[in-house]
Design a protein. Structure first.
Length: 304
């Protein structure tokens, strides 16, 4: 089996999840190629692949515009098996509508979407999760992904439940595409800047330029937050959303120091439900594995 995983990742969360999928697929002797959508040089022949996957971070309950544009550029296929993988900072069911527009585009082109998965990963805007929460999110995704991969490889389909009036809600929130371009032009660089040019070199839409020593932000911002998140001096002000700014990479290793969860009541029930459902899924998978191993041992004894 050969799989092509195409993805966009603003600050690395989706990339971690996609890489984990690739790792698990490889363990099952599946050949995997990875393609970063922002590279904008898609030359793959999809006829060479049994399945393709598309991964992205949820932006305002939608797939980012860079993902939709990529989907529109794909060649037509005939019932090509397709999986969708997305990440977001909270486990709200509204995030399940993020794939509606993407699915519509792909289905019209002949792609058969058989599986879709959502994983919680820490915010890069709104507020900063604690490293303890980031660790918990990643450990959970890391443990669940092998189960989901096995489900995919066994041919079992999986679809996320959509909310009532999901298409309308998703359409309404796609104003973020316009809002990103509007707000992106209002980004500023303050006196903390050390002119490392990291923001210029890593912007996925090449929206940041320098002219006469001054930074210029164009109209192609998609609000991925990569420039401000990874700025080593927190020198980039993100326009109207400055109060929601999150800066600096998370520690996904098991943190030993206690951190006060300032926002612990935010979506509290949703987080509890998400982790409980994931833990139940992991527990059931372990039980099934143990039962299978026990049955195999019995069969070996009988044969002997």
């Amino acid at each position: 089996m050969k799989v092509l995983l195409c993805y966009f990742s603003g600050t690395g969360n989706t990339r971690k999840v996609i890489n984990r999928f690739a790792e698990v697929f490889a363990e099952h002797e599946v050949s995997v190629d990875l393609y970063r959508i922002e590279e904008n040089n898609f030359t793959y022949n999809l006829d060479d692949y049994d399945m393709i996957g598309i991964g992205y971070p949820v932006h305002a309950f939608n797939a980012p515009s860079i993902i939709l544009n990529f989907a529109k550029s794909l060649p037509e296929q005939k019932d090509k098996r397709t999986i969708i993988i997305n990440t977001s900072g909270e486990p709200l069911k509204l995030n399940n509508i993020s794939s509606l527009k993407l699915s519509k585009i792909l289905t019209k082109k002949g792609y058969n979407i058989t599986n879709e998965y959502h994983y919680c990963m820490p915010y890069n805007i709104i507020f900063r999760h604690t490293d303890n929460m980031a660790y918990k999110m990643w450990k959970t995704a890391n443990d669940v992904i092998p189960i989901d991969c096995k489900e995919i490889l066994n041919g079992k389909q999986a679809h996320l439940d959509k909310v009532f009036m999901g298409s309308f809600i998703a359409w309404l929130f796609r104003i973020e595409f316009w809002g990103g371009r509007f707000n992106g032009k209002r980004y500023k660089v303050n006196e903390n800047c050390i002119h490392c040019n990291k923001c210029v070199n890593t912007c996925p839409t090449h929206n940041i330029t320098i002219k006469d020593g001054k930074f210029h932000f164009g109209k192609n911002c998609i609000m991925c937050m990569r420039c401000s998140f990874y700025c080593p001096k927190a020198a980039i002000k993100i326009g109207l959303f400055e109060r929601w700014k999150v800066n600096g990479a998370y520690n996904f290793n098991n943190p030993n120091d206690y951190e006060d969860e300032v926002h612990k009541k935010y979506c509290q029930k949703s987080y509890i439900r998400y982790f409980e459902e994931c833990n139940q899924k992991i527990s059931q998978a372990k039980t099934m594995l143990e039962e299978t191993e026990e049955q195999e041992e019995i069969e070996d004894v009988v044969k002997a």
